[in-house]
Design a protein around this ligand. Structure first.
Ligand code: NAD
Ligand code: DAU
Length: 369
């Protein structure tokens, strides 16, 4: 059986990736290394652990714990590593950047050191692969025209995107300097099941459901290029199996939408399902609130390289997959309740203020966070 090591597999995309790979690659075994921050939930994969204990294994551990990672690599001998583990929320990076440096930069460096050492000890197997899952945010902000290609200069705006940019450079340096067979993927905004409700789409779904204010940053005209998470998982599988070491692949869905349009679409999807009409329609909940500092205006991916060289294409249409996502959140109340326990309420109050509109929000940082 082929063993794959996934880091950060208890988070949103990692969970979807593991589920997808266990379903589509029957002779693969997956080891999921995740430290379980607020964003990680091992229970996302409990059914897999129960149904196929010989094919799925969860290990609680930190990518910064080099001894732990080396032991795992020596015992499991994975043919590849797919690295998702990260701090991933831009707003949190604005309020507390150091965790982003520690996980995304130092954590990735430590993981690379450990993986390379075990790869060297094993005689540098030619088919070993390391896939670093990164973001289009490293390229900064676009004006109304143009797209990010793999050669667009890096120009990150937030502590999150700066930390991901640094990690991308480290991964490329490991390939150039040591010949380590690593690849980088830069993907646009994902949506779908299991996304932590601090991100735009699940946050809005749950606020609409509970008739809370819908906080749209700035004028709501910022544009994101949305990709259904299953399409992202298929792209990552394609890069893993067909990509060339040292290469970078942009991944995007070609579904550019303004934030305000996404929020309005969610309002109407939920109004249909909840039978809200007239003056009960959810659009009444929309509030334009204090903008995110350094807020990138537009992201748009040129995915021609992965399409032409590796043959990947997105399969899901935004409108249909968004409706499926709404239905998933409606059908999974216990999951929502579970992930919103813990420090979730504190985060919502810190980022949005007591009335949910960021009226009193100030950007203040504790010097050690
Ligand atoms: P997420 O925040 O939902 O999950 C991150 C996971 O990493 C969590 O399970 C967390 O417990 C784990 N983790 C954090 N620190 C760790 C550590 N030190 N050791 C081990 N595990 C740790 O994130 P996501 O949205 O699933 O994103 C996954 C990856 O994809 C990230 O690297 C992110 O930068 C990238 N990405 C995300 C998107 C998106 O739209 N969400 C788009 C492009 C790229
Ligand atoms: O582009 C890929 C990136 O997409 C990933 O690398 C990040 O991990 C992921 O979080 C996401 O980053 P964004 O900052 O684009 O996602 P977020 O869901 O936080 O915000 C999407 C847009 O919606 C952005 O323009 C900010 C806006 N927004 C967000 C929130 C949470 C609001 O207007 N109101 C909100 O309450």
């Amino acid at each position: 059986m082929t063993t794959l090591l996934v880091t950060g597999g208890a988070g949103f995309i990692g969970t979807n990736f593991i589920r997808h790979m266990l379903k589509t690659r029957p002779d693969w075994r997956i080891v999921n290394l995740d430290v379980l921050t607020y964003a990680g939930n091992a229970a996302n994969l409990d059914d897999m652990a129960r149904q196929m204990p010989e094919r799925y294994c969860f290990v609680r551990g930190d990518i910064n714990d080099s001894h732990r990672v080396m032991d795992l690599l020596r015992n499991e001998r994975p043919w590849a590593v797919v690295h998702f583990a990260a701090e991933s929320h831009v707003d949190r990076s604005i309020l507390g950047p150091l965790a982003f440096v520690e996980t995304n930069v130092t954590g990735t460096a430590r993981l690379l050191i450990a993986c390379r050492q075990v790869w060297e000890e094993s005689g540098r197997p030619a088919d070993f692969r390391f896939v670093h899952v990164s973001t289009d945010e490293v390229y900064g902000s676009l004006g109304p025209e143009g797209y990010f290609t793999e050669t667009t200069a890096y120009d990150p705006s937030s502590p999150y995107s700066a930390s991901k940019a640094a990690s991308d450079h480290l991964v490329r340096a490991w390939h150039c300097t040591y010949g380590f067979p690593a690849m980088v993927t830069n993907c646009s905004n994902n949506y779908g099941p299991y996304q932590f409700p601090e991100k735009l789409i699940p946050l809005m779904i749950l606020n609409i459901l509970e008739e809370k204010p819908l906080p749209v940053y700035g004028d709501g005209a910022n544009v994101r290029d949305w990709l259904y998470v299953v399409d992202h998982c298929e792209a990552l599988a394609t890069v893993l199996e067909k990509g060339a070491p040292g290469q970078t692949y942009n991944i995007g869905g070609g579904a550019e939408r303004r934030n305000i349009d996404v929020v309005q679409q969610l309002c109407s999807l939920l109004d249909d399902r909840l039978d809200r009409r007239g003056d009960r329609r959810s659009q009444r909940l929309i509030r334009f609130v204090t903008d995110r500092p350094g807020h990138d205006r537009r992201y748009a991916i040129d995915a021609a390289k992965i399409q032409h060289e590796l043959g990947w294409r997105p399969r899901f249409r935004f409108e249909e997959a968004l409706a499926d996502t709404v239905d998933w959140y409606l059908a999974n109340g216990p999951w929502v309740d579970f992930v919103r326990s813990g420090d979730y309420r504190r985060w919502i109050e810190t980022n949005y203020g007591p009335d949910g509109t960021r009226a009193a929000q100030t950007v203040k940082e504790h010097p050690t966070t």
